[in-house]
Design a protein around this ligand. Structure first.
Ligand code: ATP
Ligand code: MN
Length: 522
């Protein structure tokens, strides 16, 4: 069976004898690729062509479904954005960042966001949903997260491309009243950390402005901007921070160097950044390796690389540290940051936690099975409250159960809720759990520290390495992996790369956020 060539429109517009653009991966109109109905990669490319716009591309059935979003995505559900459908693009457009020198679509292209997308649970067939003109989906990018809708508008006369609306759904990732803010503030590439100017490189700014002025017509009634040509070079630009002493061993016993750490951060960026972006961070630095001196850093010091953000946090006397780009992660490697600990709230909304962390700390010598049991018991209780718990290893001796929350309740209510829940577990199985920190109380038990969920308390980020022997890391798990066979020590930096190629067990994390329930009784 063959299906119609999905790239025929793309090809018809281009003369491949004269352009460097790729003809695409599907040869001769045949379609050997299997359908990828459960989502895939997405990219948003910021394209300073005759008119600045943002190209949203979703991988589906072997091509990139593409829309030109004229004003860029809005995080305000009330601010819908026009998304003009453009022709399917080949998959290898996804990594393109650079300058289209001349001709159709000339201008600078930035990888503004990337990650994975998935259809909403109720969408059985995303291709059919698109054909029907309404796709509900979620994004797991560095910047765009949570649930979205693409809704096709009724066709108008003389309209050449179908016009859609891109709408943020109401969830923890929505920012009512701040629709345009992300597009205004997120000005660097998530792939290389570069600004548009830095990507444009040698091209004089005046010329670009003149080119931009020439056409001011919105693509609404005319041809939307074509997509950029060949993914010639996705270069780490000269503006990217440099790694000095790349051979320096950071985990000497494991033979893991600073360069290895930088490579790991780059590979893990699409999954790590959504866990830390926008949050104040506590960083563990071990510049001389994990056997040398270590310190926690929470505030900027002189000489802090620009890729590390300074976050103003209400109530904090000094700015806090933030990382929201691949370049920022590279700067962390350069600083010898071997652990990343985000707070449980976004800097922009610090009084409303958007995740809970239950820190299960087993007494020394307690078999790991007992931690697994505890995590599952906690999961059941949280699910009984209508919440969606996720589990991760810590890279240490326990587990963390993490619950995405809609940021509505304040810290005091969240603390009360956690205390109630931990005390209920303790009352149910006093031989297994304790909420008391004293050594004697903890003997043979799992310590449930409900005070973890406090305004300035952090928890190690999912995908963060640990400055511990074995180069273990905090690995997100699927609940079916949380069994007596689980070996947290198996999740090491070296093993993580293979896991990054597999489906993310925390897919749907942001979209699973629910409001804090009323405190449990008991
Ligand atoms: P383990 O599974 O070995 O307990 P863990 O990451 O849960 O690993 P804990 O000692 O239980 O380690 O601490 C829980 C969280 O508290 C950590 O993830 C970290 O974010 C934070 N934390 C611990 N010690 C400090 C510290 N000295 N300064 C700041 N934050 C800390
Ligand atoms: Mn712990």
């Amino acid at each position: 069976m063959t299906r119609p060539d999905p790239l025929s429109r793309y090809r018809a517009k281009r003369d491949f004898a004269r352009t460097a653009e790729p003809p695409g991966e599907v040869p001769n109109g045949a379609a050997p690729r299997p359908a990828t109905g459960r989502g895939g990669r997405f990219v948003v490319q910021k394209h300073a062509a005759s008119r600045l716009h943002f190209d949203l591309r979703l991988e589906l059935d072997g091509v990139l479904k593409s829309w030109a979003v004229t004003r860029g995505p809005s995080l305000d559900p009330a601010e819908k954005r026009l998304a003009v459908e453009v022709e399917d693009h080949p998959l290898d457009y996804r990594g393109f960042e650079g300058v289209i020198e001349a001709g159709y679509g000339a201008g600078t292209v930035m990888v503004w966001d990337e990650g994975r997308w998935e259809p909403a649970p109720e969408v059985a067939d995303p291709a059919a949903a698109l054909a029907a003109g309404n796709l509900k989906f979620s994004l797991h990018g560095a910047r765009l997260r949570g649930a979205w809708d693409l809704v096709r508008m009724k066709p108008r006369p003389r309209e050449r491309q179908p016009q859609w609306l891109l709408i943020k759904r109401r969830d923890a990732e929505a920012r009512p009243g701040e629709g345009g803010r992300l597009v205004e503030e997120a000005l660097t590439s998530v792939a290389t950390g570069r600004s548009m100017e830095e990507i444009a490189g040698g091209q004089p700014a005046a010329k670009r402005r003149a080119a931009a002025k020439r056409q001011a017509a919105p693509p609404r009634r005319s041809e939307p901007e074509p997509a950029p040509p060949a993914p010639a070079r996705r270069s780490a630009g000269p503006a990217a921070p440099r790694l000095t002493h790349p051979e320096k061993p950071l985990w000497p016993a494991e033979g893991i160097s600073k360069r290895d750490l930088a490579d790991y951060y780059a590979a893990a960026a699409p999954r790590l950044l959504p866990q830390i972006a926008g949050r104040p961070l506590s960083l563990v630095r071990t510049p001389d390796g994990i056997e040398g001196k270590r310190f926690f850093q929470r505030h900027p010091m002189p000489g802090l690389p620009a890729a590390i953000r300074r976050l103003e946090v209400p109530g904090e006397a000094r700015p806090c540290l933030g990382v929201d780009s691949a370049e920022g992660l590279l700067a962390l490697a350069q600083m010898g940051v071997t652990e990343i600990h985000p707070w449980g709230a976004l800097a922009a909304d610090i009084e409303h936690p958007d995740r809970l962390v239950f820190d299960l700390d087993p007494d020394e010598g307690l078999p790991f099975d007992r931690v697994v049991e505890a995590a599952q018991a906690l999961r059941e209780r949280l699910q009984g409250q209508g919440l969606a718990p996720f589990c991760k290893t810590t890279g240490g001796k326990g587990l963390h159960v993490v619950v995405p929350l809609r940021p509505q309740a304040g810290w005091a209510a969240v603390r009360d809720f956690c205390q109630g829940l931990c005390e209920a577990l303790e009352a149910e199985a006093p031989g297994r759990f304790t909420t008391r920190a004293e050594r004697e109380a903890r003997a043979g038990r799992i310590y449930l520290d409900y005070l973890r969920n406090d305004r300035s308390a952090s928890a190690v980020a999912a995908w963060s390495p640990r400055a511990r022997p074995g180069a273990t890391l905090a690995m997100p798990l699927a609940w079916r992996e949380v069994t007596p066979r689980l070996d947290p020590q198996a999740f090491t930096l070296a093993a993580a790369t293979a896991r990054l190629r597999r489906r993310d067990p925390w897919t749907g994390f942001a979209a699973a956020a629910r409001p804090l329930p009323a405190p449990p009784r008991g």
